[in-house]
Design a protein around this ligand. Structure first.
Ligand code: GGG
Length: 355
């Protein structure tokens, strides 16, 4: 029976449309090759340009419009002229929260040893998965701005760590560690954050009792950052809060070859709502429209989408093709020292994937 998947395209801003176009080409090539899969696409114009014309990042009923899709494929958000906190909160974070995509899966995987700025690290040393809490924590949007402009001015930004939100992400990470037969590291900061992170650590210890077969470690986020650079081989699966996960995965991207290869899946594990797949990089306004953006992170997001659809074989093939293409210096975009355009990398990728 043919599996039909409806995909909502949110190319967004800057280089978003350029890289999403290559990801769509890859999806169409998969459809051509695999007669059991069929994809339909619908594109939405939401983003900063839409905001400048309509005063909002997406339609008021945007979530209902997206609800019936099997996946959302997002490019990038953010562009000069729209405050970053508006573009991020009113589109990307609104979808993550609205669709309870409480798991953010960000692989940090070195595909080619020459890519890492770390000396003497082999591909096997940098191969981890960050499971980032994606619905609350430091990104809850709660807070206050008091006495604005006055000498007594005070700003509060509240981290919200609910029992439900904290336990479910830690439990998800334990399940993933058990499934993969790997260790799990919790990253927090309980010595300084005396409510939220003390709570996080206590929930981690509590849930751990249900998984005696999973080897665990707990680090403070500052130590974890250092170990990520000095001894990345210590990490398999990492579970951490929204903000720490965001920061650690940019650091992870840096040791694994840069943001040009970093992908993220925003997952609603219960499948009550669609999950969303996106390159981690932003809209890169400085190179937008030049046709030189690296499409490989967006293409890796397609691999995560395939995994989510239960098509792990295609997921593996996409990642190994990215690995293959990374060996071809001159066929890469300028961020990797090559001279190829975005579309040329996409075309080359499809040739390798389908040959
Ligand atoms: N590709 C999505 C994008 O534009 N992300 C920009 C960003 O700042 N993301 C922060 C986050 O993932 O929380």
């Amino acid at each position: 029976m043919v599996k039909e998947k409806r995909i909502a395209l949110l190319p967004g801003d800057g280089i978003g449309p350029e890289v999403v176009a290559e990801g769509v080409k890859v999806l169409k090539a998969i459809e051509q090759k695999d007669k059991n899969l069929s994809f339909t696409f619908e594109q939405f114009p939401w983003g900063c340009e839409y905001y400048l014309q309509n005063g909002k990042m997406m339609d008021d009923d945007g979530l209902s419009q997206l609800q019936h899709f099997d996946a959302i494929y997002l490019g990038a958000v953010g562009y000069p002229g729209v405050p970053d906190h508006v573009s991020l909160r009113d589109l990307l974070l609104k979808i993550r929260k609205g669709f309870d995509q409480y798991v953010n899966l960000r692989p940090v995987k070195l595909l080619n040893e020459r890519l890492s700025p770390l000396k003497g690290k082999a591909a096997k040393d940098i191969d981890l998965l960050v499971v980032r809490e994606n619905s609350e924590g430091e990104y809850s949007g709660e807070g206050n701005w008091l006495y604005k402009g006055e000498p007594e001015e005070v700003v509060l930004q509240t981290g919200v760590f609910s029992r439900k939100g904290t336990e479910r992400i830690i439990r998800y990470a334990f399940e993933e560690a058990r499934r993969q037969g790997k260790s799990l590291t919790s990253v927090s900061k309980a010595n300084a954050l005396n409510y939220s992170m003390v709570f996080w650590d206590s929930v981690f210890e509590e849930v751990k009792r249900d998984y005696p077969d999973v080897e665990t470690a707990s680090y403070l986020v500052d130590a974890a950052s250092m170990f990520l650079v000095m001894n990345p081989e210590r990490f398999d699966i990492v579970v951490t809060s929204n903000l720490f996960g965001d920061i650690l995965t940019d650091l992870g991207a840096a040791i694994a070859g840069g943001l040009g290869l970093a992908t993220g899946a925003n997952v609603n594990p219960e499948r009550t709502y669609p999950s969303m797949f996106e390159p981690v990089h932003g809209s890169a306004p400085d190179i937008a429209g030049k046709g030189i953006a690296n499409p490989l992170a967006a293409i890796w997001s397609v691999a995560q989408m395939m995994d989510h659809f239960g098509e792990e074989e295609w997921g593996r093939k996409i990642v190994s093709t990215i690995q293959q293409i990374m060996d071809e210096d001159e066929k890469l975009t300028p961020d990797f020292g090559g001279e190829a355009t975005t579309a040329e990398v996409g075309d080359r990728f499809i040739k390798l994937l389908t040959s």
